[in-house]
Design a protein around this ligand. Sequence first.
Ligand code: PLP
Length: 442
Amino acid sequence: MTNEQRYEQLAALDKKHFLHPTTAIAQQQASGPEFIFTKGEGVRLYDLKGRSALDGLASLWNVNIGHGREEIAQVAYEQMKTLGYCSSFASFSNEPAIKLAAKLAEIAPGNLTATFFTSGGSESNDTAYKLARHYWILKGQPARKKIISRSRSYHGVAMGATSATGLKPFRDFTNSLAPDFCYVDHFSTDALREKILEEGPENVAAFIAEPVQGAGGVHIPPATYFKEVRRLCDEFGILFITDEVITAFGRTGTYFGIDHYDVVPDMMCFAKGITSGYAQLGGVMISETIHNDLMELSKGTLLHGYTYSGHPMACAVALKNLEIIEREGLINNARNMGDVLLSGFKDIQKKRSIVGDVRALGLIGAVELVKNKATNERFEEPIAPKVIAEAHKRGLIMRSVVFDQQDTLVFAPPLIINEQEIQELITLLHDSIEAVEHAITS
Ligand code: PLP
């Protein structure tokens, strides 16, 4: 069977049996999957039709150490062979999970010293909301249950995570959400103060924010934003949770996104880059103070846990992944290559009439598309999906954000990317934008 025939056969099965996340359903039904990937190496993915693509989004903002790492495969194999799974409920534990929790305590900001493990970002966020509310029950303030989040935020698709997500289309997907969630403007600390006062500080459990908003369009807060958030949370006794699912483990050029702002949260959610996508793992780190309170005040059982909390293989993979990030200096590389990426975006901005604001912090960045640069006027219909289609033809993967009147291309390449590969990304991006600009203006 030729690869073309294999592709046709698999595409037919895909259409019939595989319900994809965030599918453009009409397109999926008409044409099936555009790429059926068979291999990944470094910053590139390869598909069944023999095409290669530069992975400008580290797949889903997560493949920090790049694709095809033998060392990771080896560690997963050894761990599975020795102890593929065991429970970490109650008094059961395992060495990789213990070592990973200790390693996280070493690298996390401030006094975040204990970790509750999950299988991904949505579970981590739901866990954080439940831990925060449970904490307030233990502290004798059970009315504190409101969770405040931000416009344009994305916290995942579990029921709590969906309810906290500021991007309305995700909430509108379902007709019943979890109660006690509310939202404020993403950069306004005045709005946060007003919201706290409106809800009554005695009713607020926590405020959650991504250090850099990812899926909502890569929004980088002003330098003083999180200092003021921390101050407000302290003033009203509210827990401050950061959602570092995208920003942790080097993505922004520091170990954690919040490190840029010199602020320590009370809880920190992570996932994605902890294993660079090689295994399903997430978690919530909590401060030593909260941990001690939970241990001292709790009279019963911590009735929260997933079958795969502290999975030995996933934790072994995470330890090796962190070792690689440190050994290869990938956090510094993210910072340096981030500068190159941003200057490439700026070059494109100069050359192309439909490029508005561009931004990046380390290796997470965005390029906005506009009808009129001077006024920032948008196209009636977003054109970012057209640029994505052109990029796919040329072998570049990235993502568009069209929620909330945005028309934006977002990027988060693997942290191993080098200068030559960034230049390639910039050239492919420029040519894709140019093709759409010509099609629109001719
Ligand atoms: N939080 C943030 C900031 C995310 O970007 C994501 C996923 O993109 C999630 C949470 C949800 O993570 P997961 O898809 O692993 O459940």
